[in-house]
Write a new protein. Sequence first.
Length: 606
Amino acid sequence: MTLLLGVGLLLHPQTAPAQRPGRSALNQEVEARFQGALDHYTKGEFAQARVEFQALLDLSPRHQRSSAAALMLAKTLYRLQEYNLAVAAVAQLYDGFPESRYLPEGDLVAGDCRFRQGDTGAAADQYTRVLRGAGDLRLRARAADRLGEMVATGRLSPAQVERLKRDLTPVRFDEVVQFGQVRWAFRLGRPDLGASRAAAFLKAFPDSPYAGETRALMRTPPGPATASLPLPVSAGRPTRLKVAVLCPISRDLGRELRDGILLARDLMPLATGDTLDVVFEDSEDDPVTSVKLAQKLAQDRDVVAIVGDLTSRSTVPAAAVANASQVPLITPTASEDGIASIGDYVFQINATPGAQGGKIAEHACRAGLKTFAVLASLDPYGRHMAEAFAGRVSALGGKVVAREWYTPGTTDFQSQIQRIREVGAALAGTAVIGGAADTSAAESDTTRAVPFMDGLLVAAQSPEDVILIVSQAAPYRVAAYLLGGDGWNSPRVSREVGGVLENVLFVSKYFEDTADTPARRFREAFRARFGRAPNVASALSYDAMTCVLRAIAAGGNSREALRERLAAGQDFSGATGRVLLAPGERENSGMYVLTVREGRIVPAEP
């Protein structure tokens, strides 16, 4: 299943995605019909164009021109002065194609309709939506000149202006309005006024994304305004970039991953004016399918990066293909240790068990803890966390004095806890009486806390295991800090055993109740766009896509250039808190350090 999103698609049929066998004839017919409808539109034959775009939109199943037909129907209705119907067509574009790159263009059409109807407040709201979104820079420039003209001519009330300032922030509002007034001066045939406004704009906003177009206007003033068609790809350096996404898009978690990526794209448009397509490929969480799709994407030279897959089992083989093909791959959610070590083109956002072990060891040692025990699951998660923890503790001058293991599925942990307690008692020179916690001798022994080692790492991936271990350890009075990883980050843990957790520290890549401003803004924007709260998959994919967009903005408009920008390091606050790819490192080491207080998971004190 392939979804291709992109503005440039409309005027460039040769960039349509490759089709599966048996569909090429249908797509060729659709392409011919679309070009015919577009020809009627450009000739001003709007009544016929309306009929043909509507017919294309009504075709089932959907095809490579469905969303483009929806946009062009709205534009055609605007030309026919059917403004209410045009606004309804834009609403249909949003409802039917929520992932479409044509949404900002639709907002511009809706704004123009409301302006023609005299509803300047609603028009300004639509133009503001374009300016806040992910449209092509030239598209946002068109929204800016409309908004600038409305403010300059007094078409908006003071209350409306103040509301727009709140929506855009006062600084960005001033930037947009001044840029719009620069454009209008030139478009009205007043180059002297345009030049003076342009100079003032560049002085006030030298780093504005509109600075390049402002200088271009000073060099070559524009002619009369032309009809607004979906924007063609500009000439010059490559401006059409693709980011491919591998995920099981037919599943709930795959859709969460998709929506996080779409939101990042919408909130962080490229200031360069480049056109960015996002291609979604349904991997079905199948390693074989993931490999085949990675091979196909590697052959598409427009693809500058791959984001995905959802799970480690599908990511590992796809990453091997991408690395061999020198295509940067950044995995948002896969958490297995060693994925980033596949090669120089592979990057990992989620916190691996090993990274979690190292992080909690650093925090515990900084807190003054010196001696530790480990209770870990006998699986890759527990093994990697325990090994990384022990290695980091040793490097920081501490010591792991006891290690116990359990097989996944274990429900009785008393023997492991008793042995750990015995080691702690021996270190303190205290005899431990008895074995099982329910014997009278052991009970007398466990009614008071025996001096113990400083910390106990419970390396359990499952919240169920954490709950069982903590509840069974309570009668043994294990007088130590309890330490852990993301298996502890569950409301069930704090709800069911929070009452016996006095000293606990654990790390996790995601903390949904964080007050961090970027994470809060992400949650608010996600809920506003998709009508539901995000989860960890959507947050991680948002941050992965942010890394890609930041790398592109820094000049990574080719595979090798993008890899170099990623390898040079990323350090920013995102949906999952701090994202830190240190220079030369390809695995994210940013995590929250959390504790439980009064039955609630909260950030630990720094």
